[in-house]
Write a protein that binds this ligand. Structure first.
Ligand code: FMN
Length: 178
């Protein structure tokens, strides 16, 4: 049995830059499939994760506003790219650059799918500062709804101050091979 709360170890885990962490969920965000890279990096056995909510690997440093944006986009049938810090079962954390999309069967949305690559350290450094500001804003509010509203507004403000959309910001910190 796993402890119900995971103690953070502070260890940053990476994975191969030729590897992809894959998971699929139903429409409620419960895991229906994970690949072997997911299990190895998150330190779970398959039977421990299938059917569980995807927030089982949620890290407390992740702003609610980012997941709010993710769910708004995918529920509307859009795809989204996001930097995510996850918590492994052994307390280590690992950063991913995720591409999350709806899955369809005969034109019906049946769930969601996420493919994740290892982010460049410079992107992690850039996003860490932004997420820290959003989480600090969230912690000023005791009600979850107020917290997400406030950090969603702050994210919008930070993007507007830099005259960029969310997608433009994400790609501006992302290094891709050319
Ligand atoms: C396909 C898919 C992949 C997801 N991947 C992650 C992930 O890697 N880490 C994570 O914390 N949440 C992920 N989420 C979001 C979670 O469902 C959840 O919204 C998030 O962990 C916040 O949980 P909370 O609302 O309980 O705070 C994913 C959702 C979907 C649909």
């Amino acid at each position: 049995m796993r402890p119900s709360t995971i103690t953070q170890s502070g260890t940053n885990r990476t994975f191969g830059d030729d590897e992809v962490i894959v998971s699929k969920t139903d429409l409620q965000g419960r895991l229906t499939y994970v690949n072997d890279v997911f299990l190895r990096v998150a330190r779970y056995e398959e039977h421990e994760v299938i059917g569980k909510p995807h927030n089982m690997i949620r890290h407390p440093d992740m702003p609610r506003a980012v997941f709010g944006l993710l769910w708004r986009e995918i529920q509307q049938g859009h795809e989204i790219f996001a930097y995510v810090k996850n918590l492994a079962a052994d307390g280590a954390h690992y950063w991913v650059f995720a591409h999350v999309t709806p899955s369809y069967h005969r034109s019906q949305m049946i769930g969601y799918h996420s493919n994740r690559r290892l982010p460049h350290p410079s992107a992690v450094e850039a996003i860490t500062g932004v997420y820290a500001q959003l989480v600090a804003e969230e912690r000023r509010h005791s009600r979850p709804k107020d917290a997400i509203d406030a950090s969603t507004a702050l994210l919008g403000q930070l993007l507007a101050d830099n005259n960029v959309t969310y997608d433009e910001f994400v790609w501006s910190i992302t290094k891709v091979a050319v």
